[in-house]
Each structure stands twice: as C-alpha cells, then as structure tokens.
Design a protein around this ligand. Structure first.
Ligand code: OGA
Ligand code: NM2
Ligand code: ZN
Ligand code: ZN
Length: 426
C-alpha cells in the first residue's frame, strides 16, 4: 500500500543567518535587500498597517498574508505558549484584537515582530508557510490533518490486506493499514491468533477500544434470548452499527474465531459511493434522507441495562454538502417516526431507493471470513451484512468485535506518520 506524501515539498534549507530586511512602523519600503532566499525561505516581510496584515514574500516569489491579531495570538514565546504542552497560555482577555505592529524584521531564519508594548514574537518560516491562509494552502493542511479524500469502490474491490503480526511489530505496516482504512474504508487483517482478545490488542495498537452497552468487546454468536439480531443465525441486511447512538462508533473490528458449517458469508458496500449514486439518480430521495431525522432505538441488558434512543439522518452531509456519515440499521429503526403523516410515505420511498442501490450486485463486495481474519472497517461509511448460517457439530460460528472512534485512529495515524517520516520514510 502506498504511503502518504506530504502535500507540500520537503523543507528546503534557509539562507545563512544574517539580517535580511528591516521595516519600521509605517514605512512602506524595506530597509534591507536585495538578497536571495531558498524557495521556502522568506525573501521579505512587511507590515501592511492599513489592513493589519503581515505580508511574507517567499524565496519562490509566492506571497502569504497573516493577520496581526492571529500572529499575536500565536506567539510561540514561553510567556505566551506552555512549550511542554505546545498549548497557548495567553488568555484572550490579554489579546488586543486591533493590535498594530511596531517593527518587522527577517533575521536568523526567523520572522521577528516587535509589538507596540515591546513584546517580541519570533516565527519559524516553515511554521508560517504551512499556516498560509490561501485557499490552496488551507486545503493542503486540511488533507494533511484529516485525510478526507476517499477512494470509492464497488463489488470489484480487491479488499486491501494487512498482516496482524506485522501491524503490531512495524510502524510502517501499521501506518499503511490505517491509511487504507481511512481512504478505502475496509482492510482485511490476516494472521491473528485464533483466540479471544485479538481485537483488544489491535485497538491498543491504536489507543483503546470504545466501550458501549455491548461491552469492551462483544461476542457475535447465535445466543438464546438474543438481545440483538446480530446474536442469531439469521441474515443481517446491510447496516452500519449502532445508529441508536447519536455518535455511532467510527471504526469496527470483527475477528473470526470460528466459522459456521454452512453460510455466514460477509457483505460490504461503500455507503458513500451508494449515496452519491442516489444523489445522481434520485435527488428527491437524497434530499429526504439527508434532511429527515429518523428515530432509532435499542433497549435491553448486556454490559448493564440500557434504553438508548436517537434521531439520526440516514445520510449525513457536511457543511459543503458532501456525504460524511451513514446511519442505518433496519433492525433498530424505531416504530416511533416523528414525521407529519404526509411525509411518511415519501420517506419510505426514499429509504427504499437508497437500500435498492446499496443492494445492487455491482455494489456489494462479498467475502468469506476464515478463523484468524479480522475485518477492520469505517463504520461511518461502510454498510456491512452477513448471510444466514447453520452451525454444525464442531462448526459454531463465533466472531469477536470491538469499536473505536475516528479521533483515536486518526491520532495514531498522525503519530505513526511522524515516526515513519522521522526515520527516513516518506
Ligand atoms: C454485527 C455484524 C457480522 C457477522 O455483529 O453487527 O454485522 O458477520 N456481524 O456476523
Ligand atoms: N452489536 C454487534 O446497531 C446495532 O445494534 C449493531 C451491535 C450487537 C454490538 C449491533
Ligand atoms: Zn509571546
Ligand atoms: Zn454489524
């Protein structure tokens, strides 16, 4: 699996340290120059006092603008930043949001600013460049931090695989696993020992599992008096787990410990891709599912007794209208339907249209889990299901599952990226 490339070029060494330019308050021209700077180095910096912006001109000729207020707010000096926590200790009540600048100079590889109260801030050019406010720079930073670009797939998906022991042992393997989990949404981890506890080990490679009413981890088996349809031998239609919570688990692990005598094949669908097809083919249904809040319910006893209720949109979109989360489990969709009576039929029509698209054979990836396989997937994106099964003597189907949240998974991904890059990787 290809590793992530940084969206901006690797840092270029800056020119030798010497005073390169000076600007005093109100002056429109530079005191020093001309000089050369490396492409990512600072050629010039000047205060545009009218607009209260610092203009930085880079070695490659590009320019960036930084509001004075933002610069003062982010002063990295030990009075303004608790360096051991990399956290701001300058309170907002001490921030003058209309501050001017007394002087700017570029020296010793730093952009130095003297503020009207003589406080001084020194900014690292590379740090500034990453925080440029242009829309292209902000997009690059967004992708670097959140990796929101996905690769959509259908039934022909060749599910990415990773090796269990390698993930535990090797940072590069762990990073490749998490990058594929984020971009593709599903990765088969192979070679786990066939005993309980492996989804916990995998969660602890990242951080910690997410506790729910079904426990720290949970056993998917055909159980008498099952408190969930998953704990029967019946088929599970395509669903995401736990839409009865307002914050459903972001990531799910399912470890196969034992297969059935017959049946029990697994199904997976890219819910974002299916939602995009719905938007194209039936915009009215898409509008309905992205706006109607549907009631979900889950009542019973497991880790302790519970009575969970939620209202979720089947298709969540972000502030730019892009699909961001699927919330759908037909088993826990409540009979309470909080809609004016005239909207009930249109809602069912819309839901049916989405379910028909997700179930198209060209959208459904089918696979069979073998003991030692762990399927890891994005529970906000991938709808999953299973065919019904029949247990036999010595063939009792058993999966162990665990949930995690994306914040913790993304945190591990960023930490791994740093350590892999630091050791000379890309
Ligand atoms: C579940 C589930 C899949 C399976 O437990 O929620 O989707 O293959 N299980 O049993
Ligand atoms: N289990 C597998 O939404 C759901 O009820 C999903 C959760 C029981 C933990 C099933
Ligand atoms: Zn400071
Ligand atoms: Zn499930």
């Amino acid at each position: 699996m290809a590793l992530c490339r940084p969206p901006w070029p690797a840092p270029v060494p800056l020119p030798p340290s010497h005073l390169t330019s000076v600007q005093l308050r109100g002056q429109r021209t530079l005191a020093a120059g001309p000089f050369t700077a490396a492409p990512n180095g600072v050629r010039r910096a000047r205060a545009l006092d009218e607009d209260r912006l610092l203009e930085v001109e880079w070695g490659d000729g590009g320019k960036s603008l930084y509001p004075f207020t933002w610069l003062r707010d982010n002063c990295p000096c030990p009075l303004c930043t608790l360096q051991s926590a990399q956290a701001r200790c300058l309170p907002l009540c001490r921030l003058d949001v209309h501050t001017g600048i007394d002087a700017v100079r570029v020296a010793d590889d730093k952009v130095s600013i003297i503020w009207p109260d003589k406080h001084t801030s020194e900014f690292d050019p590379e740090w500034l460049r990453k925080r440029c406010f242009s829309s292209a720079s902000r997009r690059a930073m967004r992708e670097e931090l959140f990796l929101n670009e996905r690769v959509y797939w259908d039934s022909k998906l060749c599910v990415p695989t990773a090796d269990f022991q390698e993930i535990l042992r090797d940072d590069r393997a762990a990073l490749a696993w998490l990058l594929a989990l984020r971009r593709v949404g599903i990765v088969h981890v192979k070679g786990a020992p066939v005993v309980q506890g492996q989804v916990t080990r995998l969660s602890e490679r990242i951080g910690y599992p997410r506790l729910t009413f079904y426990g720290h981890t949970w056993q998917v088996r055909d159980k008498p008096m099952a408190n969930n349809v998953a704990y029967t031998s019946g088929a599970l239609s395509l669903h995401t787990d736990y839409p009865a919570l307002h914050n459903p688990p972001g990531v799910q692990f399912l470890h196969c410990l034992s297969g059935a005598q017959e049946g029990g094949e697994s199904l997976a669908v890219d819910g974002f891709h299916a939602a995009e097809q719905l938007q194209r083919e039936d915009p009215e249904a898409f509008r309905s599912l992205t706006s109607t809040r549907v009631d979900f319910t889950d009542t019973g006893r497991d880790y302790c007794d519970f009575a969970v209720q939620s209202k979720n949109r089947v298709i969540d979109v972000d502030h730019e209208g892009r699909v961001s989360r699927i919330n759908y489990n037909n088993a826990t969709r409540d009979s309470v339907l909080d809609l004016p009576v005239g909207q009930v039929q249109p809602f069912y029509r819309a839901l049916k249209a989405y379910v028909e698209i997700m179930n198209r054979p060209q959208n459904v990836a089918v696979y069979r889990m073998e003991p030692g396989d762990v399927v890891t997937f994005d529970n906000h994106r991938v709808l999953h299901g299973r065919r019904s099964y029949v247990n036999g003597p010595g063939a009792v189907r058993h999966l162990e599952g665990a949930y995690l949240d994306w914040d913790e998974v993304m945190s591990r991904l960023r930490v791994l990226r740093r350590s892999v890059r630091g050791s000379g990787g890309k």
